[in-house]
Structures are given as structure tokens and as C-alpha cells.
Design a protein around this ligand. Structure first.
Ligand code: PEP
Ligand code: MN
Length: 263
């Protein structure tokens, strides 16, 4: 709460990449890790364009049990290889309490997905048993208060390194995958000292909307962005329609540099 903590929290994502400071932090990478060649190529491309961390799902929370579920532990190994090749810290989603020790060992930033925002057992264990930053996505239909209370669960356990992520909420609108709630960025920045990241990819579900929503998020005061980038979006195993190509991502970074200094 700002009342007890007036200054913005600045969190190290790993290797000195800061979020919450003066510079915009951009996390980028594919929805899912698919192969060594794919994750390493995307990691190299996004690092060259100025991303400060690599995202990639190894454990995927898919709506259908018949959709690609991720490479799981093999995906974590491939993320580590991409980190070795590029130096980028890795951000990846945790699905359950049984993985907390493993993620503490081999992940730089632990993502809690929208569907797990109110998995209180998971939040408690992350608070008590991890020292790594937690990227806490807003639940599909979570109010700002519910979202902040989930952050509180983690911090109450002892881990103060929470990064909030607005990724769009469920509304009556179906043209976009979700509805990006940029007013929530203003709200949480005024209520809380925690850094806020916006995910325009999952918010819109359409690659062509990502650039302008990213710029709008920066104008609103977001501390960072998390953007899906794939080397072959048409053949992506997950979320190809919202994924930028590396060249498109480079263009977006150029536009962002004009409005905010990037890491
Ligand atoms: C993701 O970032 O890959 C993801 C599944 O996002 P969300 O939890 O916001 O749907
Ligand atoms: Mn995705």
C-alpha cells in the first residue's frame, strides 16, 4: 500500500534488468517454448531489439485438454539454454504448488497466470518458499482489489518482489480476445508501490493491435510490457494470431523508444 510505502518498488528481474525504475522494461518471447531452435532464435532476436527478459511457457494452461500443453520440464531446459546463449533472464509460468522448488532453482521470474491468480495455496507457497520475483497476472474477471489482495498473499508470506500484470479482462466484447483495462494501470499505480506491466498480446489477441496498445500502456504509466514474439507465427503451437514476428517487434521497440527510454 502506498500509505506505508510511498516510493515505487524497483525489482531486479535477474542480471540487473530492473523494472519499476525510470526505464521501460520489455519482456518478449513466444507464448510457448516449442524447440531449441525456436526459443534460441527468438531470444537472440528480441535481445537485439532491446528486450530485457525472455518469456516462454513450458507449462501451458490451455482451455482445451487436447491443445498443446507445453514441453514441460524439457521446456524449462530449453529456456535455460536460451538464457545461456543470450544472457536474458527467463520468465515462465508456474501451474501448481508441486513446482515451486523447481522454479526457485531454474527460473528468474515466476509467472502466475490469470487462471491461477486466486490459487491461494500457490500464492502462499510462492510467498514463503521463493525469493524470485513473481509476475502476477490479473485474473480473467478479477477486480483491482482482488488482484491486489492476491499480491498481498505473496507479500504476506515474505516475498516482496511482486510485479503486477494487466492482461485484459473478460467483458461482453468478443472482437478482441479480452478488453485491455488501462484505467487499472492508473488505479494500481496510485494504490500500490508495485511495478505494473501490460500484456497487449493477450489483451487484444491480434498482432496488428499490439503496437498501439503497447504505446497507450506506456503513455498510461506502465513500468513494462510483456509481448509475444514468434519466429513463425502462422505455425505457432499457441497464440500465433497475437504474436509479432521479430521484425515487427523491432519496429514496436523503435516506436516505444520515442516515447520512453527502454532497457
Ligand atoms: C501467457 O502469458 O502465456 C498466458 C497464458 O497468459 P494469461 O495467464 O494472461 O492468459
Ligand atoms: Mn499466450
Amino acid at each position: 500500500n502506498r500509505k506505508f510505502h510511498p516510493d515505487d518498488s524497483v525489482i531486479d528481474l535477474g542480471g540487473g534488468a530492473l523494472i519499476g525504475g525510470k526505464k521501460l522494461a520489455v519482456i518478449a518471447g513466444p507464448c510457448s517454448v516449442e524447440s531449441e531452435a525456436q526459443i534460441t532464435a527468438v531470444a537472440q532476436a528480441v535481445r537485439e531489439s532491446g528486450a530485457c527478459a525472455l518469456r516462454g511457457g513450458a507449462f501451458k494452461p490451455r482451455t482445451s485438454p487436447y491443445s498443446f500443453q507445453g514441453l514441460e520440464c524439457e521446456g524449462l531446459n530449453l529456456l535455460q539454454k536460451a538464457k545461456e546463449a543470450t544472457g536474458l533472464p527467463i520468465v515462465t509460468e508456474i501451474m501448481g504448488t508441486e513446482y515451486v522448488e523447481l522454479f526457485e532453482e531454474c527460473v528468474d521470474v515466476i509467472q502466475v497466470g490469470a487462471r491461477n491468480m486466486q490459487n491461494f495455496d500457490l500464492l502462499k507457497k510462492l510467498g514463503k518458499r521463493t525469493t524470485k520475483p513473481i509476475l502476477l497476472k490479473r485474473g480473467l474477471s478479477a477486480t483491482i482489489e482482488e488482484w491486489l489482495m492476491s499480491a498481498e498473499y505473496i507479500m504476506a508470506g515474505g516475498n516482496q518482489k511482486v510485479i503486477l500484470c494487466e492482461r485484459g479482462i473478460r467483458t461482453f466484447e468478443t472482437f478482441t480476445r479480452n478488453t485491455l483495462d488501462l484505467s487499472a494501470v492508473l488505479a494500481v499505480k496510485s494504490l500500490s508501490h508495485l511495478p505494473v506491466v501490460v500484456d497487449p498480446s493477450h489483451a487484444c489477441g491480434k498482432a496488428w493491435m499490439v503496437e498501439r496498445m503497447a504505446m497507450a500502456a506506456v503513455a498510461t504509466g506502465a513500468d513494462g510490457l510483456i509481448i509475444e514474439v514468434h519466429n513463425d507465427p502462422k505455425n505457432a503451437l499457441c497464440d500465433g494470431a497475437q504474436s509479432l514476428t521479430p521484425d515487427q517487434f523491432t519496429d514496436v521497440m523503435g516506436k516505444l523508444a520515442a516515447v520512453a527510454p527502454c532497457v
